[in-house]
Write a protein that binds this ligand. Sequence first.
Ligand code: BGC
Length: 883
Amino acid sequence: MTLRPTSLRCEYLTNPLGLDVRCPRLSWVPPFDQAGYQIIVTHSALKVWDTARVKSDESLQIEYAGPPLESRGRYEWKVRVWNPKGKASAWSAPAFWTMGIFTPGWHLFCPWDQPHTDQDMTAWIGESTAQTLSDKQSLPATYLRRAFQVKETIKRATLYATALGVYEARLNGQRIGDQVLAPEWTDYRRRVQYQTYDVTALVRPGENVLGAILGAGWFAGRIGLSEGRFNYGHRLRFFARLYVETHDGQQEYIHTDVNWRVNSDGPILGADILDGEQYDARKEFSGWDTPGFSDADWKPAGVEWTPNFGPVVAQKNEPIRITQRLIPVSVTEPHPGVFIIDLGQNVVGWCRSTFHQTTPGQVIKLRHAEVLQADGTIYFENMRTAAPIDTYICRGAATEMFEPRFTYHGFRYVEVTGATQPPEIVGCVLHSAAPETGSFACSSPLLNKIMGAIQWTQRGNLHSTPTDCPQRDERLGWMGDIQVFSQTAIFNRDMASFFRKFMQDVREAQTLDGRFPDFAPHPQGPENRFTANPGWADAGVIVPWRQWVNYGDKTLLAEHYAAMQRWVDYVDARSHDHIWRDFSMLAMGTYGDWLNADTFINLTGAPWGKATCPKDVYATAFFAHSTELLGKMAGVLGKKSRYDRLARQIRAAFNREFVQRDGKIKGDTQAGYVLALHFDLLPKRLRPLAAKHLVAAMKPYNGHLSTGIQSTVRAMLELTRWGYADIAYALINKTTIPSWGYMVEHGGTTIWERWDGYVEGRGFQTPAMNSFNHYAIGAVGEWMYRVIGGLNPDEAAPGWRHFVVRPIPGGGLKWAKVAYESVRGLIRSEWRIEQDVFTLEVTVPANTTATIQLPDASKPRRVKAGVHRFKTKSRFVIVPLPS
Ligand code: BGC
């Protein structure tokens, strides 16, 4: 077998199109331990950068350092590596990237672009006359078209496009690319992402037609917690350039300008992310996006050169696209003419429906819901004010097909009314397509179901931002949820570029005085509300730390450092004697350890109020943690900082204010012990005592957790760390409330927002807040990967350069198989217990090392790349982990 580097990535992506980073960074997975590398970059078959042999064992984020890269250039690259003995690998298969547009008139407001004349400038185009706006109704879609001539066969054609709104671009009757809901969600006042598409195969000699359909999206539609629509604006606009290169080296472009035609009286009567799509097939403009169509009754497009949005920047992360299609498992008819179609899985996306024997004007409605009521009809109340209803008005035919474009729903069931027979439905699953990296399987079907539910929940809540939920009128990038879920998310999927984009959203939503928002983007304006919440705002520090530990990319820390510093300084300035009590008027109180057992106390019989960690304890714990992490990140960046010292002062204050000599913590709550332990706030002597108090605090709850979203996974990790792995296993195996087992045994195929979302005999929690697709409690996935699988990153050797494999069997498990595709290659840990013998097999990727800690208290061993097998008797005593 020829050994060569694999998994070539550029700025975290495989063969990305349209980068606007001037010096992209290259990464690969070497086939053996690397002591040197050589990269060659070519442009039109000419070598532009050859590093020659570089002595280095680094295979991540090598920055391009050749001559300046050309606007729209296409660059091919390959790499080979040498092992410590000087043996070279073969060259990798070639990979490529293309650059975005740097030419004048494209990036508005960019300092390096000085547009010459209006003619060179790409315009923002859309409807030409003012539309009637109603807050009650979603905007109809705008259709835009432009015919153009191409003289000969072409070498390459590339489209760069974006919109204020959401768009689908079309060329000669075909959809361009597979991205949906582009340009996705950013604070459009700060930046609008553009997308790059290779459309070479779609352009032909003669007449061509470029078209676009615009919908309201996040720009002009409803957004969670906002009153009304038009959060950013109401004029839907398209912005694009199509470059065509011929074989003789000629280049031409057409772009959005006065030469386009527009029509907003088409089949999409209205479309909204929260409220579904209304489509009247009788109003279709047949052939509108192909040559030969007469657009005489369309109007000239309205044109603007400088709307108050932008700049336009290249999208950094994987687009939202359809990643799976599901066939329903059943169809029922609980009332005559009401068909309920069950996908068998709570998903996020929409339905492609085929209707039969329709009549012109027949109205078919699809209502989407997550769960059923006892009578077999859908439960819709938890959607709150969202109306996830698609309406299709038929043209009348033997069969007709409908698939919406500019909305998405969180659903397992779809209720169809208005059809004489059940339609054929395909459930289309869509989300930001961060590649899968983790897999988990073990001998317990219950635990496998729990992990499956966690993974589905993650997919359902990656929509350009990490959302809290995908179905009701909320769907915001709530920071507290992703803060606690981020490590699970990283195990399951490659979140590097997604988080990089999201962290920019977070910075753009930071207030002038340094408050991080509660969610990002923040359409409501963070200066006024929803900011500075402990545990939520702290995602602005904790998520970048996780990125560092897992991806080992210093640039991320460098671009985010000042923002983190401003946040910690903000809290510090308001925390007299280092205790965070002032949650600021603007934080609107604190959410605290949200959704703890005090929200369903009547079910456990425990005394009310014992679950809620006092807010000063909770907030100060996060203050200490963020400060400590900031100090570490300063160290990574080689900066002298005051944060290590400040963190020590906060820890001292925490102990002085809240901790008794016997290790009891103010409030005596499970969450209080968990946070103090997890953030290493206590002196070493008190840690085992605090762990005992944690276990004692479980008694009133009959051995259950009383924790909310911020302390649940941390409780599992701390119980395990302090010698109570048996209790953690008992918790993951429970099927009574509160437990993950209860959810999956009661129909949950995704993780619920609340431990008691549905209770047998009692029914649903309040419809005011009851999502069945919320990942926060699913953060226990981290515990499953780290404790069952044993995979632990080492912050001292980030990017999984060195890691610790320390599986801790328990809970009656006979075997577990866990794999993680790290940035440095595939890591596997598989163990089984057979006839009192525990065997472990570990795969350690090239260029990394691992420390293996068997569960038998033997000395840890350090191993190099390769596959390693270990054996020990299975009657081991689990020892507490080192603190
Ligand atoms: C969201 C949560 C979020 C919270 C803030 C809720 O409505 O769904 O997940 O973190 O608000 O307390």
